[in-house]
Write a protein that binds this ligand. Sequence first.
Ligand SMILES: [Zn+2]
Length: 278
Amino acid sequence: MPEGDTVWNTARVLQRALAGARLTGSDFRVPQLAATDLTGWTVRESASRGKHLLLRLTAPTGRDAAASRRDWTLHSHLRMDGAWRAYAPGERWAGRPAHLIRVVLRSPGAVAVGYHLHELALIPTAEEESLLGHLGPDLLGPDWDPDEAVRRLAAHPDQSIGEALLDQRNLAGVGNLYKCEVLFLRGVSPWTPVGAVPDLAGTVALAQRLLAANRGRWTQSTTGVLRRGGTSYVYGRRAQPCRRCGTAIRKDELGDRVTYWCPVCQPECERRGTSTNP
Ligand SMILES: [Zn+2]
């Protein structure tokens, strides 16, 4: 499940593979960029913002192009199923089926292949904000600002905390896995209105710690256990016993997503304003 940590890791893979390199070829397999050729362009850097990937490029010197107009950003979003892989030149592309390839970027030292990417677009770097300005503070970004994240969450006290944590306008980087796990660890039902969550700052801080702990590895674990079947408390564990109380974990709809939770460890509050942690 690509969440903020996966996107952060992916940005680092692309940074190592391509940063500083001059592209020797590109192959876009999406209609909107089918005519685009990035041969001769230089990769400045790869970055992530929440769940968005930003590959910043410099166009070759043209006769008229002012320096500020040569800076472009290749934007992509992984959503549920996208991925970037970097291969050595000549290495077999073993990542995913070829029909999922949306773009190939070649450099002398590496080939980057983007699979099933969403929102693939080439925009002037100066216009990144128009694409990303709505995002809340990035849990893994240099701009991480927990107070601002709490302020944005608290601005909608009637929204369920389960939906509010997924809303990237509040804070950027939490997906369904971390949402479910954070709320379990805080003992808060996903249906609790934001205004009734006992310690929003503590909830936000825990989300940041869980994502940060998974930087640099592809296995997402909130339990500290990395072996298969042991990596989560509730996410993906419907009908299995809660690791704390033994009750069967439940899976229910919340908004347009599913949520996993323990009905005993995360009691539903009776009404708005009732603390779930008396
Ligand atoms: Zn439990």
